[in-house]
Every structure is written in structure tokens, then in C-alpha cells.
Design a protein around this ligand. Structure first.
Ligand code: RI2
Length: 333
């Protein structure tokens, strides 16, 4: 337990997300839910609802501040806090049970969503397909593996995904699942695209207009696919859709340290060099053929329907004029 009363394990999870030891939009959402559960179970403050809500709000803020782009993170946190708000608990025990129950429910539903998406996506992949994937999306890996089990995947081109090389994680996991993988540098995407049947990628955030925010380089992959008339499928759970984009909030793009791109010594040797390291880019809806979610296969332009169906609690807040930026106070108090 730290001085501020936040359990060490919770701080470790927050730090793990920040440093990308825990990464991937789905995984960080589940880790945040787990952190709220731990924070509740290890709460040592006064056993009244108001103190508990303040504390949980503080933990929620800490978790949300770790990484800015993937909306799955604040959506997971808000899913739990909004259930606490709706439950309107009469005792501390009721409040604590509500948080633990919703955190577990979020994690279960999230894992189940990945399973449903994988089964749905596998049906969209034709026999003997060559697939290209970018970065490491656990949903994309799962979907490709499912299709491979159905005998539909000939091979997968997996980009390195500089500068963090998450593509190596995708390649490793696919290989472990028996899928033939060819690792390529990001710059070889257009070179191989003529051979590719489907591009399958994950998402960190889907905006209300259907634009897909995903790992840097995704929009170039989609551009090359469109030129070659190759279908681009985005596999994404519904908690990756952003309610705040509906009221015009842009999706914040994370910029990471220059040293992920060039070594410190090189920067020191060339002090006038500037390094730009955006972690994500935006693929417009016209470059995406379908978004495959756990509630069905939709054209990106139908993102608004997903928001209405699944994130109604957030849209209600927007209607009341309350939600321009996600704030825990909207829910905790
Ligand atoms: P899953 C990752 O972000 C990648 O951009 C990936 O496409 C996305 O999260 C979704 O991942 P990062 O955490 O939820 O590596 O499908 O920056 O695993």
C-alpha cells in the first residue's frame, strides 16, 4: 500500500500500461478492470460510500492517465464506474461488491467478444488466403488462427511494426498456433500487396464516423490495399468505439519517446535533429471494408449504431451535455 492508499499492485498495473509491458487495446482495458477490482478488495480507508467513491475515482483517474489513444481503457473504467453510479448502493459492502462484479463482468465479456469476433471473421476469409496483418492485435491473431484451423489460411505477412516491433509478437503467436508467417519490414507492404487476399488488423479506437485509429502505419497499409483492391477487415470489440467522438472530440494521438526510434547516442551526436514518434494514425472509413465486432459485421459508417446499442450510458451523458471529456466524477458521484 502506498502513502496515498493505492495498493502497490494497482500502481504496478498502471506503470505496466504506461511502459507498454502490458499493451494491446483489449489487454489494457482488462488490466484496468482488474486494477479496479484489486483496488476495491484492498481498500483500507473509511467504510463509507462517499470516501470509497472518491478513492475509486482517484484510481480511475490514475488508470486513465496511463495511455491516451485506446478508448478501450476509459470505456472499461467507465463501464465499471457507471454501474456503481446506477446501482446507487446503500452500504459500503454493496458498493464494493458492485465494482468487483462489474470488473469481472467486463473481463468475461471482453474475452467472450474476442472469441465471437474470431469465429465471425474466420467465415469471411476465403479458402487458401494470403493475409497481411500489421502490429500485434490479439483479436487479429485470434481471428487468423481460427481461419487457419478451418484450413483457409495459406500464409500471413506480418509487418515488423517499427519502432516498437509489436509485429514480432504477432509473428511469434501465429507461429506458435501453427500458422505459416512471413515477417516483412513495414516498407515492404506495397511490394507484397499484389499477393494478399485480405488485410486483417485490430483497432485502438473507432470514431463515430467509422474512422479507425490503430498502430502507426495502418493507414499506409490500408492505402496500399485499396490501390490493389484488397479487402481490409478491422476486428474490434464494441468497447473500442469512442462515444466522445460523437460530440466532436478528436482522438488524442500518443507520441512516444524519440529513443524508441533512434539511440540516445545518435541524438546527442546530431543535436539539431528532431524526431517525431507518433504511435497511432487514422484510417478513414473509405479505406475499411468492414468492422467485425461481437455484435456483427458492420460497414464503418454504421459505427454510430454500435455506439447507440452498446455505449448508450455514455450517449445519455452527452445528451445531458455532461460528457465532452470522460471524467470519473460524472459517474462516481
Ligand atoms: P488488441 C495495439 O496498440 C495495436 O495498435 C493493436 O492493433 C491494438 O492495440 C488492438 O489490440 P499498442 O498497445 O486489443 O501496441 O486487438 O500500442 O490486442
Amino acid at each position: 500500500m502506498t502513502e496515498q492508499g493505492v495498493p502497490t499492485k494497482v500502481l504496478e498495473i498502471a506503470e505496466g500500461i504506461k511502459t507498454m509491458r502490458i499493451r494491446g487495446a483489449g489487454k489494457i482495458a482488462r488490466a484496468a478492470a482488474e486494477a479496479l477490482k484489486i483496488a476495491t478488495l484492498e481498500y483500507g480507508g473509511p467504510k463509507d460510500i462517499s470516501s470509497f467513491k472518491k478513492y475509486i475515482g482517484k484510481v480511475a483517474d490514475l488508470l486513465i492517465s496511463t495511455r491516451p489513444t485506446a478508448v478501450s481503457l476509459p470505456n472499461a473504467v467507465m463501464y465499471i464506474l457507471s454501474s456503481l453510479h446506477r446501482a446507487n448502493p446503500g452500504t459500503f459492502d454493496d458498493a464494493a461488491n458492485t465494482v468487483v462484479f462489474s470488473a469481472e463482468k467486463f473481463i468475461d465479456e471482453s474475452i467472450n467478444a474476442v472469441k465471437i469476433i474470431s469465429e465471425t471473421a474466420a467465415k469471411r476469409i476465403s479458402e487458401n488466403s494470403v493475409i497481411l496483418t500489421h502490429c500485434h492485435s490479439s483479436v487479429a491473431v485470434s481471428a487468423i488462427t481460427e481461419a487457419y484451423k478451418l484450413g483457409r489460411v495459406l500464409k500471413v505477412y506480418s509487418t515488423e511494426t517499427r519502432p516498437f516491433y509489436q509485429g514480432r509478437i504477432a509473428a511469434k503467436q501465429l507461429l506458435e498456433n501453427g500458422v505459416p508467417v512471413v515477417q516483412i519490414p513495414d516498407s515492404a507492404v506495397r511490394y507484397v500487396m499484389h499477393e494478399v487476399d485480405h488485410v486483417i488488423i485490430g483497432a485502438d479506437t473507432v470514431a463515430s464516423n467509422g474512422a479507425v485509429v490503430n498502430k502507426i502505419g495502418t493507414s499506409q497499409v490500408a492505402l496500399a490495399a485499396k490501390e490493389a483492391r484488397v479487402r481490409v477487415y478491422v476486428v474490434a470489440e464494441t468497447y473500442k468505439f469512442s462515444p466522445t467522438t460523437l460530440v466532436g472530440e478528436p482522438v488524442p494521438i500518443e507520441f512516444r519517446e524519440p529513443t524508441e526510434i533512434v539511440p540516445e547516442a545518435w541524438v546527442q551526436k546530431h543535436p539539431r535533429i528532431k524526431v517525431l514518434n507518433p504511435s497511432f494514425d487514422v484510417t478513414p472509413p473509405e479505406y475499411v471494408d468492414a468492422i467485425i465486432t461481437e455484435i456483427g459485421v458492420i460497414p464503418p459508417q454504421a459505427a454510430i449504431l454500435v455506439l447507440m446499442e452498446r455505449l448508450g450510458w455514455a450517449l445519455d451523458k452527452i445528451k445531458q451535455g455532461g460528457l465532452t471529456k470522460i471524467k470519473f466524477e460524472d459517474y462516481a458521484e
